[in-house]
Design a protein around this ligand. Structure first.
Ligand SMILES: Cc1cc2nc3c(=O)[nH]c(=O)nc-3n(C[C@H](O)[C@H](O)[C@H](O)COP(=O)(O)OP(=O)(O)OC[C@H]3O[C@@H](n4cnc5c(N)ncnc54)[C@H](O)[C@@H]3O)c2cc1C
Length: 391
């Protein structure tokens, strides 16, 4: 492929939302950029429930080709069926067709000037002076392609950052195992609401979901459990009394499996000539497993910083540090708070989940943190989990 016979300012590894947004931003600044994807088709296979909040804030033109549903909130269900309404501006968003959305983002990068190489697997990185030789396997041949900066946007199974000496590998229980059927003929409670189901029998260490998606719905779950597989939790969920009547005529049109890293951000996301973005960097909510928005926004920041580095002829660790400063300022506290909440949630028994829901009430937005803290003080079973929280 002729794209693999040139040298580049920036090579972005992985054409997920993080990689394509990085390539878009660096190309816009005039950096010669190559976006490399190991799959033969960008956007495939899909491993996602496809819900994204606030796409408008990222400068995305809302295109009917990929928007499948508009959502304005959701319902959280306890194991007994108690329902909490979540309705705020933050909960507004879309359910997209990722096969089309991911391609749209890659096309946007290409239109900004990036070259794209598909079915091209990055299998190694070698330092050559202050540049990289990026080893790319394409149709049985290895190409060594020169680049000043590499952006590792290679997702949950990331090893590109490890080649450069950073720690991005996740341990098994740091990743939520997910299984999901896209189904048709699902009876939805509300076609504009996401549904979340909690409980140790339903999804240990995670939650189950039903997300409206146009004529279909994504019905899935994520778990952290060494003993029972996500797919077996999913079969049981389809028969759970909370949902089985509404799913009785439903039938799958796609099975999606994958992992969501939920242990928080990795320790360091930059080094000489390299940045780490998206799931590879742990830029995904440890509480919800939502990572598309974060991967995109952090990808845009990475692309801008890398583009500036090329303009300044300085891609040292010292210069690239700005990337980590910028994304942390926006998201680090939120990610660490979500990690804290997730650690509490995973310890709760089903009875304690019911009790917590009772304290929260019928609407999440109605929570007054001071009143919540007072109520928790009266509940010794819950107090032990919240004693280190500052309200
Ligand atoms: C079942 C499930 C449901 C989810 N639901 C949601 C949801 O509803 N909303 C949400 O916001 N998030 C969701 N997530 C998380 C979301 O999918 C990720 O956070 C998001 O895709 C991260 O984007 P990314 O660009 O970092 O990585 P990815 O989208 O994983 O993209 C990485 C890309 O890198 C490529 N790649 C990897 N290694 C190499 C290599 N060596 N060479 C070349 N290419 C390589 C991969 O093929 C892939 O295309 C879900 C995750 C799972 C598993």
């Amino acid at each position: 492929m002729r794209e693999l016979k040139e040298s580049y300012d920036i090579i972005v590894v992985g054409a997920g939302p993080g990689g394509s947004c990085s390539a878009y931003a660096s190309s816009k600044l005039g950096a010669k950029t190559l976006l490399v994807e190991k799959s033969q088709e960008i956007g495939e296979p899909v491993r996602c429930a496809e819900a994204i909040p606030g796409l408008e804030n990222l400068g995305i033109e809302l295109d009917s080709s990929f928007i499948r549903s508009e959502v304005n909130g959701g319902y959280i269900f306890t194991p007994s069926g108690r329902k909490i309404l979540v309705e705020s501006d933050k909960a507004k968003g879309y359910v997209v067709e990722r096969k089309i959305f991911d391609k749209y983002l890659a096309i946007r990068a290409a239109n900004a000037g990036a070259k794209v190489a598909v079915k091209s697997n990055v299998v190694g990185l070698e330092r050559d002076g202050d540049e990289w030789l990026v080893e790319i396997e394409y149709l049985g041949e290895i190409y060594k392609v020169r680049s000043k900066i590499v952006i590792a946007a290679d997702g949950v199974e990331s090893n590109i950052a490890e080649y450069a000496g950073l720690k991005s590998k996740k341990k098994p229980l740091e990743v939520c195992s997910c299984a999901e059927f896209e189904m048709v003929n699902v009876e939805l409670i509300d076609k504009n609401k996401l549904e979340f189901y909690f409980g140790n029998e339903i999804a240990k260490g995670g939650y189950a979901w039903i997300f409206p998606k146009g004529d279909a719905a994504n019905v899935g779950l994520g778990v952290r459990d060494k003993k029972k597989k996500a797919i077996n939790y999913l079969y049981d969920f389809l028969e759970n009394e909370l949902v089985r009547d509404r799913l009785k005529n439903a039938t799958p049109i796609e099975l999606k499996v994958g992992g969501a890293p939920v242990s928080g951000p990795i320790e360091k996301t930059y080094t000489d000539g390299l940045l780490v973005v998206g799931d590879a960097a742990g830029q995904i909510s440890p509480l919800t497993g939502g990572g598309i928005y974060l991967a995109m926004d952090c990808g845009l920041i990475a692309g801008e910083v890398a583009g500036e580095a090329i303009k300044n002829k300085d891609w040292s660790e010292e210069f690239l540090k700005t990337y980590e400063e910028r994304w942390k300022e926006k998201y680090y506290n939120m990610l660490m708070n979500h990690l804290k909440y997730r650690k509490v949630l995973e310890k709760l028994s089903d009875d304690e989940i019911e009790e917590l829901a009772e304290v929260i009430g019928e609407k999440l937005e109605d929570i007054d943190l001071k009143k919540f803290a007072k109520k928790i003080l009266m509940r010794p079973k819950l107090l032990k989990y919240f004693k280190d929280f500052v309200f």
